[in-house]
Design a protein around this ligand. Structure first.
Ligand code: SAH
Length: 219
């Protein structure tokens, strides 16, 4: 905030943030409460930190991005997380999405191919006392076979198709939300539900995510 500008109080900033979420379709009370509790400012560093309460994606380390809050809200809402659920997130990034999920379920496993991002996110989780999140550096396209199966899976990087190992690690009745499409074009957010008859696919909305890349990164 520049000198001479009126000081926006935290309460007012939070109110505007929540208003923007609601006006973009985030209406689930539990999701809104989680997003009210978790301060996005903790997950953004450097000179973008003062834009943490605007509804826009922002750059984070390793050339990645923290997603737009309304997209985080809509994806979390589509996941319909239940209090006893175990959730896998592929693409820890800043850790913000995992932190929101941690308020809604029993346990969150989150993985990222960048060790540096995982280490930074772990630090923030510790500071905020979010003890039900476990973060690993791993290639998330293979899921986490040792912790599988999962009630819910959320992928926050775009795949060309929902990765087979992730589908296989979804419990019966489970839900996966994943952006699908070629990178650098408009992708579709897909909701996959595993039923006794197989997998049901629902296209939710156009989105734009960084690509899901195979293998661990060098940092
Ligand atoms: N959910 C994050 C935003 C994620 S950006 C947040 O709340 O801030 C997408 C992330 O996916 C990036 O950090 C990128 O490193 C990671 N990623 C891409 N391909 C991956 C893969 N195969 N396995 C694990 N993480 C991957």
């Amino acid at each position: 905030m520049g000198e001479g500008e009126p000081d926006t109080s935290d309460a007012e900033r939070k109110m505007r943030f929540l208003y923007a979420l609601r006006s973009r379709g985030v209406t689930d009370g539990r999701v809104l409460t989680a997003m009210e509790r978790i301060d996005r400012g903790q997950f953004v560093r450097g000179h973008f930190a003062d834009r943490a309460y605007e509804d826009m994606p922002l750059p984070i380390a390793c050339g990645q991005t923290i997603s737009q809050p309304s997209v985080v809200g809509l994806m979390t809402q589509a996941l319909n997380v239940q209090p006893r659920d175990t959730v896998l997130e592929v693409g820890t990034g800043s850790g913000y999405q995992a932190a929101i999920l941690s308020q809604l379920c029993r346990r969150v496993y989150t993985v990222d191919r960048h060790r540096k991002l995982v280490a930074e996110a772990q630090h923030v989780f510790r500071n905020l006392g979010l003890v039900n999140i476990t973060a690993f550096s791993a290639d998330g396209s293979f899921g986490l076979p040792e912790q599988a199966p999962f009630d819910r899976i959320i992928v926050t990087a775009a795949a060309e198709d929902p990765p087979g190992p992730l589908l296989a690690q979804l419990k019966l009745g489970g839900i996966m939300v994943v952006p699908v499409g070629q990178s650098d074009t408009v992708q579709s957010l897909i909701k996959v539900t595993r039923t006794e008859r197989g997998f049901e696919y629902e296209e939710l909305r156009p989105v734009r995510f960084v690509p899901l890349i195979e293998g661990l990164a060098s940092d």
